[in-house]
Write a protein that binds this ligand. Structure first.
Ligand SMILES: Nc1ncnc2c1ncn2[C@@H]1O[C@H](COP(=O)(O)OP(=O)(O)OP(=O)(O)O)[C@@H](O)[C@H]1O
Ligand SMILES: [Mg+2]
Length: 332
């Protein structure tokens, strides 16, 4: 994406310099540290990084469903220009029901096992449609959404209880509930990673197609670079609660600039060849005492004194492609 295109896109969500910590029995974990990114209307944006780097925390912050011990230290999240942290409860409720919805890694945990799909679906639609909408109308909206997610025999699905459906079917039901409510943003937290790879692939394709057809914006969270490459047009590479690199997915994959992104790409196991992927020595820092400068410095092969002392700026290397590293130069 060129700078002109980036500035032109209509922004649905903007995360500005967000910091989130957790208080664990008086010890504070500084997890998210100055995260910023934007999601345009109909755009699919990836968040990728190792386990524990703060991806789910980021999504929970967007819906303001962070656990009680979370402290928002600064910055804001703007959904359609309104700061989520300052929304009155009623407005927040509308945003959650009609604006943004989350798809989880494990679809079983997202559906209530003791209620039928019909009962859960219609309850969700009741909240997202005008008061007094007849049940028949809600039912037909649900059937339409189930057809949209390519589920055969939607009437039977509506009568089923979650245990009567396969994992892939449950994930499709969750997606149908999200789109039927007319939400504009889908927060997809590793959708389908608990399912087998062929079903996971189908779910990703489904999300991609829906995003295109319905102009739905998506934040796709994944450990997998392959998933991100296939399903996003813009990517934020996260390391230990910071965005270390961001840009058009194609550009970042073609020429990664940050040493962490380079190392992460070298970790992808190859199906051919006989050598094992290199891996990244060390592990994510202790968030109660994160490194003062660049958070990747303790694991970075290029780190020098400045990296341990100063936070690197998120420098625009080439148009629309940014990296937070003291050794990255503009234009290179
Ligand atoms: N309620 C909480 N209290 C304390 N620490 C928490 C809490 N929730 C999350 N954390 C910490 O925040 C960090 C980021 O967690 P998060 O779940 O956001 O990571 P993630 O990138 O989604 O990881 P994964 O890929 O494994 O899902 C972790 O160190 C985690 O222990
Ligand atoms: Mg997670």
């Amino acid at each position: 994406m060129t700078k002109g295109e980036e500035n032109k896109k209509e922004i649905l969500l903007e995360v500005r310099n967000l910091s989130v910590s957790f208080d664990v029995y008086g010890k504070v974990s500084h997890v998210l540290d100055g995260i910023s990114f934007r999601v345009g209307k109909g755009e699919r944006v990836g968040l990728v990084g190792e386990s524990g780097c703060g991806k789910t925390t980021m999504l929970k912050a967007i819906l303001r469903v962070l656990p009680r011990n979370a402290l928002v230290g600064g910055g804001g999240i703007f959904f359609e220009g309104r700061n989520v942290f300052e929304m009155p409860d009623a407005e927040l409720d509308v945003m959650r029901r009609r604006g943004a919805g989350m798809i989880f890694q494990d679809p079983s945990s997202a559906l209530n096992p003791v209620f039928s799909v019909e009962s859960q679906f219609l309850t969700a639609l009741q909240y997202s449609n005008p008061k007094g909408t007849p049940r028949k109308k809600l039912y037909s909206l649900a059937i339409e959404a189930l057809n949209n997610v390519v589920l055969p025999d939607p009437e039977r699905i509506m009568k089923s209880f979650p245990y009567q459906l396969s994992g892939g079917m449950k994930q499709r039901v969750c997606i149908a509930i999200t789109i039927a409510a007319g939400r504009r943003l889908m927060l997809a937290d590793e959708p389908g990673t608990s399912l087998d790879v062929t079903i996971q692939d189908q779910i990703l394709r489904l999300i991609n197609n829906l995003a295109e057809d319905k102009k739905l914006s998506v934040i796709m969270v994944s450990h997998s670079l392959g998933v991100i490459r296939e399903s996003t047009s813009y990517v934020n590479i996260m390391y230990a609660g910071t965005v270390v690199e961001s840009g058009a997915t194609e550009d970042v994959f073609k020429k990664p600039r940050h040493p962490y992104t380079v190392a992460l790409m070298a970790c992808v196991p190859k199906l051919t060849g006989d050598s094992l992927a290199k891996g990244i020595p060390g592990r994510i820092p202790d968030y109660t005492q994160p490194p003062g400068g660049c958070r990747f410095a303790p694991r970075c092969p290029q780190a020098e004194g400045v990296c341990r002392e100063q936070k690197p700026p998120h420098l625009e290397v080439v148009s629309g492609h940014r990296a937070s590293c003291h050794f990255v130069r503009r234009g290179e």
